[in-house]
Ligand binder design. Structure first.
Ligand SMILES: [Zn+2]
Length: 322
């Protein structure tokens, strides 16, 4: 578990000092590591050795095999978590833990619990058996009843640093790859986004296609913007991603023009494409960025998809003489 060491060590201290709360709310953006931390905390709570989690005791073994009866987890499947799901989980709480000192219940995406589900949970939070620990994960506290919030210790998960995410990638995939600078910048502090992107060859190929096209469109009067539109049409569920890639391209071009330093580029593995267009003026590049923002705003306001994109592509191509 990298990236949230400070939180993990505070939770470890709470266990050592026998100062564990009955309920926690882990709050933070999707993909930032709330569930991974909750699972780690659960393994620490359920191990009975001094050096926890030992990985060897009966409780640890069963937990690893996902068959420890002292542990339960709700993973949201439908749009919301229903009262039945909560009741099912609460049913067994009166039975003391079999292998551990605690019974641990993780409710992921607890901000999607229905009102009835929240009410059912509230009863257990008001009078929890002494050995029960609830861990709720939420993106935002806004959808969680005040009565529940006030009974939980809140732990805030911030976005991770660039270096933290690089370390997580290294621990998972080995030595750094040339496109990681792009992946980590795009992920913007959310490890889950970085890992998803790293494991999506299609997204990485799409990025190359978009960079190639963009670099051609700004420099080649004969490039066909309508041909570029086909890429958008084929990937219309990834339009946010494509626009983001285009913006990062122009960002790099500005940085390189200003500093001449390729080590500052997000697309450092594609520096040839960026250097190729260093002759573009600052005002030209800024007009291109403006065109992407306009398209983004238009699409956010339900503008016609094809029109918004094609207008953007033409503006990018003609930005030098506008
Ligand atoms: Zn153990």
């Amino acid at each position: 578990m990298l990236g949230h060491q400070r939180i993990i060590s505070a939770l470890r201290t709470a266990i050592q000092k026998d100062n564990v709360s009955h309920a926690y709310i882990f709050e933070g953006p999707d993909g930032v590591g709330k569930r991974a931390t909750a699972l780690k905390f659960a393994s620490m709570l359920m191990c009975r050795e001094d050096q926890f989690p030992c990985g060897e005791c009966k409780s640890c073994q069963l937990y690893r095999e996902a068959s420890n009866p002292d542990f339960q987890e709700i993973i949201q499947k439908d749009k919301s978590i229903s009262v039945e799901e909560i009741r099912n989980i609460l049913k067994g709480l009166v039975i003391r833990p079999l292998y551990s000192d605690y019974k641990v219940i993780i409710i992921n995406d607890a901000d999607t619990m229905t009102i009835q589900a929240q009410n059912a949970l509230l009863k257990s939070l008001e009078e929890p058996p002494p050995y029960v620990v609830f861990i709720l994960t939420v993106q935002s506290l806004a959808a969680v009843a005040q009565t529940i919030r006030s009974r939980c210790q809140r732990i805030l998960f911030n976005r991770l640093s660039h270096e933290d995410i690089m370390e997580i990638m290294e621990s998972k995939y080995g030595p750094r790859q040339s496109d990681w600078e792009f992946i980590v910048s795009y992920a913007d502090g959310v490890a889950g986004t970085a890992l998803e992107l790293a494991e999506s060859p299609h997204s990485l190929e799409l990025r190359e296609e978009v960079l190639e096209f963009t670099s051609r469109l700004v420099s080649d009067r004969d490039a066909d913007p309508f041909k570029f539109y086909e890429t958008f049409e084929k990937n219309n569920d990834r339009v946010d991603y494509i626009l983001h890639v285009i913006l990062l391209y122009f960002r790099d071009l500005l940085i390189y023009k200003e500093t001449g330093d390729t080590s500052l580029l997000i697309n450092s593995d594609k520096k040839d494409m960026i250097i190729r267009n260093v002759e573009l003026s600052f005002s030209h590049i800024i007009k291109c960025i403006q065109a992407v923002w306009d398209a983004r705003r238009g699409l956010g306001n339900n503008a016609n998809f094809q029109l918004a994109i094609e207008v953007m592509l033409m503006k990018i191509q003609k930005a030098d003489n506008a």
